[in-house]
Write a protein that binds this ligand. Structure first.
Ligand code: GLA
Length: 726
């Protein structure tokens, strides 16, 4: 609910459990007055303290009123170069070369429903949303800045976006445009980021904010394996169930920066948006720029509630029809089974091995096109390699379908190999500066997706493939970071637009696919989890979580990922042992328990499984399908921390509290292991539950007294408890 106090120019956004407030003051500065647990309201600007602080200057119009300084006031969207020396939200340069932004409140608009952003992913919905737009203006530069707020009350979600319009008569260079600025009038916050590398993504890292700026970012052109565009600020003591925490995500798949600053007054500012590195948009008179959407959830009850609100909001209002609610297939993927070494007959043999095991989709991974026998060649040539697959997809797909499975395909459309027909014909279609040898990544170059003709060519080649055979799924991969970012299609003064235009290009082609093939399921991927962000989720309802398929490493990766993203977004497969990435051996049961808390599938040659393994796989797929809604749509509870605890446990609870699935994996084995029990969460204390079909355990007892942990004989054993109310 948005409440306006017109007289005092106070804007209060209430969600079910939180309140957010700002106020335009007597100098038209938009002050941020409050964000936290839901309160009744009123004008909270009395909280703001005014005092003269040395070297904190004063706006011209306040004269000698030295205790009024932009440097000390909590601001809704920080200015630049006019007396606030903390992180600016915006920087622009008119033709005179000045770089000041003095934003003052102008007016507002309020409407029911959710705003959308042209060409950019954004949360969507109907009447359950309210939108507030506040217009700020820098009168000297004739720039208008519109701040968008979307309020989804039930999910405690507040979205933000920013649109900058050049209302003057000169061209302006926009050099920074954050999506979100949040000033906290408190000092005792921890900053949590989700960091890692290829094959070990999104590991939480937590530290108290110290004086100065702490930030994570990506300059890789994608959101990256290394830092996720999702961060948390929280109480020092916050944990899964207690404490105030604020989650902030960017709905964007390119360069980003999340910067938190602890100021001289021991207050904190968070700024989230596109990283200003090599970012410069030219805005001619009348032109505008829209910064990607950011979304906030504040939880007064710890991380668990924050995550569940994000999960629901992403599932219900970001992922789009038809895959929002539609069941995704249990798949098998041939990558770890064959790598590049396959023929049509070999694939059919593997698919035969999958028959009768409950697999619904067969995915042919890399190596089926052009001259692609290794990762040194072929990218860009999206036509079937007829030597490997005689008769093409038209011949192969029906053979797979005859075995009772749908057919899916891997593609990597944004890339080109130098050894390809496409590159020989259009070397300038790759990003790169003439006269400089390009940097290779995985021996490949990046196509300039900021260019329409490049996208059109690639789109048409994908269309030919999709129109030629019955393909129900594609895995959209992207296997290197961007470098040599320069576009042959743009003049020198527009090269700072290429990073962002590239991302817009990716979104454009994905949107076209959605328009032309609405039923096609697309799984995002970037060397596993290198582009695991809400921007991609808008187009690809699931994303391959990591190239690391080891169940034990996955416990950590999926744990970190779950702070923001739902189970239904996380691509997870069972693969062979010893694991191909780290050599670890785990049981089929453990691998299954971990992968089924994701989109679930197998990435191994199932024709080589023993009869015992086949039996387990059959049981796993049947169990997964039986409890699909609970696993995919249930409320998610983290029951332990795999980075700190001797075991990893998590739980899904159905929205009505009548069903739950608890999964647990023990750590390295130990003689004389201590006796431990696990306290469950989210159950109905007044109901009695059968556990794996046995007994009648009261919900309150299971939550307060718990369930005894197994005594493992061996490393990394798993246990699954299915609870159903009697
Ligand atoms: C990336 C993906 C893998 C696989 C290979 C194929 O690494 O993450 O799953 O598709 O590319 O080259």
């Amino acid at each position: 609910m948005i409440v306006l106090d017109k007289e005092n120019r106070v804007f209060t956004l209430h969600t079910q459990n939180t309140t957010y407030q700002m106020k335009a003051d007597q100098h038209n500065i938009l002050l941020h007055t409050y964000y936290g647990p839901r309160i009744s309201g009123g004008d909270l600007s009395y909280l703001i303290q005014y005092a003269d602080r040395g070297f904190s200057p004063n706006p011209n119009e306040v004269g000698d009123e030295r205790d009024y300084s932009l440097d000390t006031l909590p601001q809704e969207y920080s200015s630049c170069g006019v007396g606030d020396f903390r992180i600016p939200s915006i920087e622009f340069e008119p033709e005179d070369g000045s770089r000041l932004a003095d934003l003052r409140y102008a007016d507002y608009a309020l409407h029911q429903g959710k705003y959308s952003l042209e060409g950019l992913p954004a949360f969507w919905g109907g009447e359950e949303w309210e939108t507030l737009v506040i217009r700020m203006r820098d009168t000297a530069a004739k720039m208008s800045v519109e701040l968008y707020y979307g309020v989804l009350e039930e999910r405690d979600l507040i979205t933000r976006a920013v649109r900058v319009v050049n209302q003057g008569t000169e061209t302006v260079r926009l050099q920074r445009c954050a999506s979100l600025c949040l000033d906290f009038q408190r000092d005792d916050l921890d900053f949590i980021t989700f960091d890692g590398c290829h094959t070990m993504e999104r590991c939480p890292s937590r530290a108290p904010l110290r004086p100065g700026i702490q930030s994570v970012n990506s300059l890789r052109g994608t959101s990256s394996h290394h830092h996720n565009p999702f961060v948390i600020l929280c109480d020092r003591g916050a944990n899964e169930d207690y404490g105030l925490c604020y989650g902030a995500m960017l709905v964007y798949s390119g360069n980003f920066q999340a910067a938190a600053e602890r100021t001289q007054l021991e207050n904190n500012r968070l700024v989230l948006g596109i990283d200003p590195y090599n970012f410069c948009f030219l805005l001619a008179p009348g032109e505008s720029f829209t910064a990607p959407e950011a979304a906030l959830v504040c939880s007064p009850k710890g991380f668990g509630q924050m995550s569940r609100q994000f999960h629901r909001a992403l599932r219900e209002h970001l992922i789009r029809d038809p895959y929002q609610g539609k069941r995704r297939p249990v798949l098998m993927n041939n990558w770890e089974a064959t790598y590049f070494d396959f023929t049509a007959d070999k694939l059919v043999d593997i698919a035969k091995g999958a028959q009768g095991l409950g697999i619904e989709l067969f995915v042919m991974d890399d190596g089926w096109f052009g001259s692609r026998d290794t990762d040194l060649s072929g990218l860009g040539d999206w036509s079937v390699n007829l030597k490997k697959l005689p008769g093409g997809l038209e011949a192969l797909v029906p053979r797979i379908q005859a075995l009772g499975m749908g057919f899916g395909l891997w593609i990597e459309p944004e890339m080109v190999s130098e050894n390809s027909q496409l590159y020989r014909e259009h070397p300038d279609w790759a990003l790169g500066v003439p006269g400089r040898p390009q940097t290779r990544g995985r021996s490949q170059l990046v196509l300039d997706f900021s260019r329409r003709e490049v996208r059109d060519y690639i789109y048409e080649s994908i269309q030919k493939i999709l129109d030629g055979a019955d393909i129900t799924y594609i895995k959209w991969d992207m296997n290197r970071s961007l470098s040599d970012v320069w576009s042959a299609a743009l003049p020198a003064n527009r090269q700072g637009e290429v990073y962002h235009r590239y991302v817009l290009g990716v979104y454009d082609i994905l949107e076209r696919l959605r328009r032309d093939y609405p039923e096609l399921l697309i799984e995002g991927c970037s060397g596993g989890g290198g582009r695991f962000d809400a921007g991609m989720l808008y187009y690809t309802p699931q994303i391959w979580c990591s190239d690391n398929t080891d169940a034990v490493d996955r416990l950590r990766i999926q744990y970190g990922t779950s702070f923001c993203y739902p189970v239904s977004a996380m691509g997870a497969h069972v693969s062979v042992c010893p694991n191909e990435q780290n050599g670890r051996v785990t049981s089929m049961e453990t691998r299954g328990a971990v992968a089924m808390s994701g989109t679930f599938g197998y990435e191994m040659d199932l024709s080589r499984c023993t009869p015992e393994e086949r039996e387990i796989i059959k049981q796993q797929t049947a169990f997964f399908k039986e409890h699909y809604d609970l696993i995919q749509q249930g409320d998610y509870y983290r029951l332990s921390d795999p980075f700190a605890d001797p075991f990893t446990a998590w739980e899904q609870v159905s929205p009505d509290g009548r069903e739950a699935l608890v999964s647990l994996v023990t750590g390295p084995t130990q003689a004389a292991a201590p006796f431990r029990s696990l306290r469950l969460k989210g159950l109905d204390p007044s109901l009695r539950y059968a556990v794996n079909g046995q007994g009648a355990f009261p919900g309150d007892v299971l939550m307060e007294a718990g369930w005894p942990l197994p005594m493992p004989q061996g490393d990394y054993q798993s246990m699954q408890l299915y609870l159903s109310a009697l």
